[in-house]
Design a protein around this ligand. Structure first.
Ligand code: HEC
Length: 145
């Protein structure tokens, strides 16, 4: 197992403890349990995604770790694709449905699509809720979600 995948595992464990443990009982300090994640996409990326996908979003492919690049990734043309993965996870990619709010997932997805790719149209909180309810980001025909 590479160092990078070990780091990914310990991050996943920290994320898990964070979800399960809650914030109130945690000792003061700089543990991930005390990190407040803002609803700003860059913050979401740097706090969560970057640990695995790397700061330049080029993933870990060249080192043998199975973490795909998010930069210049044609899959991300589809909002449904990235939101679905954030909601449900896939393989070694954790799901974030329990950890991030729809607003934070939308901001993170928007950041990845616009900053590391050239898809400027934002993913909205409504898109995330709509996809979570089994819909598609577009065309949007559901008036209640
Ligand atoms: C614990 C490590 C880890 C974290 C944290 C993580 N990812 Fe991933 N991600 C992965 C792995 C591993 C895969 C490959 C999953 C597979 O196909 O088996 C992946 C796949 C993806 C894919 C699919 C890429 C493709 O083209 O198939 C997207 C999109 C993605 N991640 C976005 C994100 C975003 C956005 C965040 C932050 C909110 C994030 N990831 C956080 C490990 C991680």
């Amino acid at each position: 197992m590479s160092i990078k995948s070990l780091a990914a595992l310990s991050l996943a464990a920290a994320l898990c403890a964070w979800t399960v443990g809650g914030k109130a009982q945690d000792a003061p300090g700089a543990s991930p349990t005390n990190v407040e994640i803002s609803a700003e996409g860059k913050q979401v990326y740097e706090t969560i995604c970057q640990a695995c996908h790397m700061a330049d979003a080029k993933g870990g492919g060249s080192t043998g770790a199975a973490i795909p690049a998010l930069a210049d990734n044609a899959h991300l043309a589809s909002k449904d694709f990235i939101v679905d993965i954030l909601l449900k996870g896939r393989g070694g990619m954790p799901w974030f449905n329990d950890l991030l709010t729809p607003e934070q997932m939308a901001a993170g997805a928007t950041y990845v699509r616009s900053h590391f790719n050239k898809y400027p149209d934002p993913v909205t909180e409504a898109d995330v809720k709509h996809i979570a309810a089994g819909g598609k980001a577009s065309p949007r025909d559901c008036v209640t979600c």
